[in-house]
Design a protein. Structure first.
Length: 119
């Protein structure tokens, strides 16, 4: 099993910044992808950004140029730097980890951290 502990959510005015962190522990061998999803009230959970163990990244179009994902493999931690925040970024943000246990990938989720952007 993989345990995920998130931190860094909160309230911020539009145009401001927040940095989310997610530390993984437990069965951390063979962790491949780490990333962030979000879910706003009444909406489906959606990908925000993801980064592979090799450093390849993928972002939702809505956050490109504003958010930056990074990871510290030595600390098994993934970060999401969120700049130029907008009210539509308000959501619960969930850390995600994909761990390869052949022949499949097991998904793990954090408990979620609330991000609220007010205008």
């Amino acid at each position: 099993q993989v345990q995920l502990v998130e931190s860094g959510g909160g309230f911020v005015q539009a145009g401001g910044s927040l940095r989310l962190s997610c530390a993984a522990s437990g069965s951390i061998l063979s962790i491949n992808a780490m990333g962030w999803y979000r879910q706003a009230p009444g909406k489906q959970r959606e990908l925000v950004a993801i980064i592979t163990s090799g450093g390849s990244t993928n972002y939702a179009d809505s956050v490109k140029g504003r958010f930056t994902i990074s990871r510290d493999n030595a600390k098994n931690t993934v970060y999401l730097q969120m700049n130029s925040l907008k009210p539509e970024d308000t959501a619960v943000y969930y850390c995600y980890v994909g761990r390869t246990v052949l022949p499949r990938v097991n998904d793990y989720w954090g408990q979620g951290t609330q991000v609220t952007v007010y205008s």
